[in-house]
Design a protein around this ligand. Sequence first.
Ligand code: GTP
Ligand code: MG
Length: 195
Amino acid sequence: LFAGPVTFVKGVVAMSGLPPADRVEVCFAGRSNVGKSSLINALTGRKTLARASNTPGRTQEINYFALGEERYMVDLPGYGYAEAPVAIVAKWQALLKSYLAGRQTLRRAFVLIDMRHGVKAVDAEILALLDRSAVTFQVVLTKADKINRAEREATLAQVRGALAKHPAAYPELVVTSSEKGEGIVTLRAIIAGLE
Ligand code: GTP
Ligand code: MG
């Protein structure tokens, strides 16, 4: 998979808690329940490394995972969870903003979009934030196993249209299913290839 063991490093609730910025880092952002934690588990081949859950808003911290000595993979708290208390949402948003804008070693942000839903208004906010932060981002479509071919094409077209406005977007979309393994090898290679 990756060079060296995959380990959980720490959960961070404030910028002051981030580990030293001494290696290539990628992060996974996306709406609550889109499948961020499941994707990290699929990528690392470890079923229970990141905690996946049916309860939206499960991941509330910035969770750091080390891929050997060379890379960090970062599981971000989900956004757009309507039932979360307002004060908590504000705190997450502030942390997310500081992180995306202030992390020097962040090489790419993977923005996860549920293949059944496409890019929604809450996603557009994150894309705008990434543009402003000049962080290269790449859209990863999740839960591909849940839709048929025609729906897949429709979502891909909608996402391409939405991305046309975003200068920081990396053009290649990655279609994945953490459940069935689709796209996992491709995404692993993308992450391994970032310098
Ligand atoms: P938060 O931490 O709440 O932001 O959610 P998350 O984005 O980490 O989502 P998580 O990985 O916990 O997955 C949410 C739900 O979607 C779980 O019930 C997963 O089993 C399910 N799920 C995730 N990926 C897939 C997939 O590729 N296919 C299918 N069918 N279900 C998936
Ligand atoms: Mg999660």
